[in-house]
Design a protein around this ligand. Structure first.
Ligand SMILES: Cc1ncc(COP(=O)(O)O)c(C=O)c1O
Length: 388
């Protein structure tokens, strides 16, 4: 997309721009509604509650969740993952994860390890960027409570085989938590066919919502301890937390303007259709990968096979630090990318790009081919200049 001539290729961090309907919904809520949902009982509060429910129902439709009330809203994927991990695991429990996780899973798991939770990390192959689902099966022990993994890597762009891993989890009575921060809205997700018990999602990336929105789906019957307790607008006469969903896990005033935008972002995805979104992004990925592969001095990180990757491509330019390339792209070419570790040290240790990291280009459905072309010309010039 062109915004004042700028090219924004940092959509894995947060998507920009957003579809206009999301901005309009946010504005409508702020100007015309304004009240807390589920609290006061007057018409504006009822309208706020309707908007929050609309967001829940839209998310439920996208992920094939039967009961929208099993979805709780949080402020981002990180918050949702923490709620799941800290609310489920106890000292003595065993949890299995992968060696390519974002810090949103890595840090709470390292913390829990210090509290007596046993942790196994299944290795990701540095060439294919993939895991062997059989490794998860082999890692299961009598005290294994949970498999917690990301669906798509924010460093390599690889999509992990969560359907196979979900089958293994369900077949062994192990709970399955999926971090869909990079895939929700960009790749099909079905909590039923994928046997997902807990799905953490974020609103501000491929669902095109605002920053400060995200959520967690919790399968009925899965007992997640609340991290936060307080006002829910329900059972106000009682000083103990309600036990029903979503109130059990959702306390305090939510980001309702953000939820209004999220509902429209999800509807945008549903209307366009994941297959159309995917097809457009696959075209961009091919152009990007083919173009970068042809530039002398550019090293792409990981496998570039199209059918198992997101429009997230990491690379390095010989003789230059990622930060130097990022600065030139920004200052000379008006192109925004992310450089460094991308909050995922495990992933860079796995891919042998630690500690310098990579230059990460991440596209969205709203990017176009001419922007990729301009980006490729810029990288070519930067790399050529370095060589001469
Ligand atoms: C794989 C993965 N998990 C979790 C997160 C955290 O998402 P949020 O910023 O919504 O907390 C990110 C964000 O970059 C991510 O890429």
């Amino acid at each position: 997309m062109k915004k004042n001539g700028l090219i924004y290729f940092d959509n894995a961090a947060t998507s920009y721009p957003k579809p206009s309907a999301t901005l309009e919904a946010c504005k409508y809520f702020t100007n015309k509604v304004g009240a807390n949902p589920g609290r006061s009982g007057h018409r504006l509060s009822v309208e706020a509650g309707r908007i929050a429910y609309d967001a829940r129902a839209s998310v439920a439709e996208l992920f094939n969740i039967e009961d929208p009330l099993q979805i709780i809203f949080t402020y981002n994927a990180t918050y949702a993952i923490n709620m799941a991990l800290l609310g489920l695991l106890n000292p003595g429990d065993h949890v299995i994860t992968s060696s390519i996780e974002h810090n949103s899973i890595a840090r709470p798991l390292r913390y829990l390890e210090g509290q007596g939770v046993e942790l196994t990390r299944v290795s990701v192959d540095s060439k294919t960027c993939q895991v062997d689902p059989g490794d998860f099966k082999r890692a299961i022990k009598p005290n294994t409570k949970l498999i917690a993994i990301l669906h798509g890597s924010n460093v390599t762009g690889a999509i992990l085989p969560i359907t196979e891993i979900g089958k293994i989890a369900r077949g062994n009575d192990v709970l399955f938590l999926v971090d869909s921060a990079q895939t929700a809205g960009a790749y099909p997700i079905d909590v039923e066919s994928m046997n997902i018990d807990l799905l953490a999602f974020t609103g501000h990336k491929s669902l095109f919502g605002m920053q400060g929105t995200g959520g967690l789906y919790v399968r009925e019957g899965v007992n997640v301890r609340p991290l936060i307790r307080g006002g829910t607008g329900s059972k106000s006469e009682e000083d103990i937390q309600p036990n029903f969903m979503p109130d059990r896990l959702e306390s305090g005033t939510p980001n309702t303007p953000g939820l209004a935008a999220l509902a429209e972002g999800v509807k945008f995805v549903l209307t366009e259709g994941i297959l159309k979104i995917r097809s457009h992004e696959e075209g961009l990925i091919k152009q990007l990968v083919d173009g970068l592969s042809a530039i002398d001095g550019v090293n792409l990180v990981g496998d570039m096979t199209l059918d198992c990757r997101l429009p997230v491509v990491s690379f390095n330019v010989k003789g230059l630090l990622p930060s130097e390339v990022g600065q030139i792209l920004d200052e000379k070419y008006d192109i925004m990318v992310r450089v460094g570790i991308h909050c995922a040290p495990w992933a860079h240790q796995t891919m042998d790009t630690y500690p310098k990291g990579t230059i990460r280009t991440s596209l969205s459905y709203l990017n176009e081919s001419d922007e990729v072309e301009r980006f490729l010309n810029a990288v070519n010039e930067i790399s050529k200049k370095r060589r001469t």
